[in-house]
Design a protein around this ligand. Structure first.
Ligand code: ADP
Ligand code: ZN
Length: 296
């Protein structure tokens, strides 16, 4: 069993773990996201302690972004243009690689989570699928034909445009770049800002949820048409509201209007739009999966 290290770097917290898989996590620490110097050093200290007694084979980093995941780019391993204080243009993978001389896997948090779900969770056996997180932001990654989606950088699915009827919903949107892009209309802070109450406090029969399901389904229709995923996995804090799943599924079917004649959508949509099988371990599993990938 190959032991690896994983760093799940989120906008609010870091999780560092040592293990071989999400079912075999030997040690784990969590701490708040602050400055790169502090956060990266703490990760190095944690892995060093472990590495002395039980050597690690590789380390994976699944990071909030945007990041540069292109190994041939001079900024590979960097968090790039993030508005997050202290983190813009930060070399993240470099200091970890230098500290240990081990292979380091590096990708966006959602591409990492997608890889973890493919290895151990809801995307096993699939080669084309999407992983979305609806939380502080709205991010998406995934695979096409068995490879994580990369190109210029990585997907930024949260910033696609969806129809916004300003008469029904005058809320201008939360995104600092685009206002009412998908993330701007449907992320957790947008729900809170629109309804003046934290998403977790809104009752299941609050009108917020029908609107949320409508916005989520509009984005899914676009992704289904563009990527043709075999499955869509939806995680993140907002999707803890399990009653959203049946609403999003029904609304997606309604919006597709019978165009995609596949049983996965017409008959088995409960298995098509699903929560992460790894639950709240999906993020850290992603980091471990990126470490294994770096070895392969
Ligand atoms: P992060 O994006 O930092 O990884 P989360 O995925 O938990 O963290 O996203 C935080 C956002 O999700 C906040 O806007 C919060 O209001 C919302 N959220 C967290 N938990 C829930 C919940 N159980 N129900 C609805 N919204 C939630
Ligand atoms: Zn945007």
């Amino acid at each position: 069993m190959t032991l690896v290290g994983g760093i799940e770097a989120g906008g609010t917290k870091f999780v560092c773990a040592v293990g071989s898989s999400p079912d075999d996590i030997r040690e784990e620490i969590r701490y708040p996201t602050s400055t790169p110097q502090e956060n990266i050093q703490r990760a190095i200290d944690f892995f060093a302690e472990h590495h002395r007694t039980t050597p690690l084979a590789a380390i994976g980093i699944a990071s909030f972004g945007p990041v540069d995941p292109d190994p041939s780019s001079p900024a590979f391993g960097y968090v790039t243009t993030t508005p997050k204080p202290h983190w813009a243009h930060t070399d993240f993978a470099g200091p970890i690689r230098e500290a240990f001389g081990l292979p380091v896997g590096f990708d966006s948090d959602v591409n990492g989570a997608a890889l973890g779900e493919q290895r151990w969770g809801a995307a096993q056996g699939l080669d084309t699928f999407v992983y979305l997180t609806i939380g502080t932001g709205l991010g998406g990654g995934g695979m096409v034909n068995g490879k994580l989606i990369h190109g210029l950088m990585h997907s930024e699915m949260g910033h696609i445009t969806i129809p916004h009827d300003r008469e029904k919903d005058p809320y201008p949107g939360w995104c600092t770049y685009h206002g009412d892009c998908w993330e701007g209309l449907a992320c957790g802070p947008a729900i809170e800002d629109r309804w003046k109450a934290r998403a977790e406090t809104l009752a299941p029969d609050h009108p917020a949820w029908d609107l949320e399901a409508h916005y989520l389904a509009l984005g899914l229709r676009t992704l289904i048409c563009v990527v043709s995923p075999q499955r869509i996995i939806m995680g993140g804090g907002v999707m803890q509201q399990m009653h959203l799943f049946p609403k999003v599924r029904a609304e997606t079917q309604r919006l597709l209007n019978g165009y995609i004649q596949k049983p996965q959508i017409l008959e088995r949509i409960d298995e098509y739009i699903v929560p992460p099988a790894l639950g709240n371990r999906a993020g850290v599993a992603g980091a471990l999966a990126l470490a294994h990938e770096a070895l392969a």
